[in-house]
Design a protein around this ligand. Structure first.
Ligand code: SF4
Length: 73
């Protein structure tokens, strides 16, 4: 990614998989950033440092998560 691209990144995402209950709200809110694994349905972060264009979707995902598994840092 270019330096200009880095400058427009959103906050980095951390996901505590041990807290995830597999509700899938994060995937609905930001499908370009989150997925669920096929075995347990637990969250997978596809892009830990998503572009700024995903900021609103990522924040919606963090708010929607029922278990508090997602955080921005
Ligand atoms: S919304 Fe929260 S609990 Fe649901 S899959 Fe995503 S991280 Fe897990």
């Amino acid at each position: 990614m270019s330096l200009a691209g880095r400058a427009s990144e959103a906050a980095a995402i951390s996901a505590a998989r041990h807290r995830c209950v597999g509700a899938g709200q994060c995937v609905l809110a930001a499908p370009a950033v989150f997925d669920q694994d096929e075995e347990e349905g637990l969250v997978l972060v596809l892009d830990e440092k998503p572009p700024a264009s995903q900021s609103d979707a990522v924040r919606a995902a963090v708010r929607a998560c029922p278990s508090g598994a997602l955080a921005l840092r």
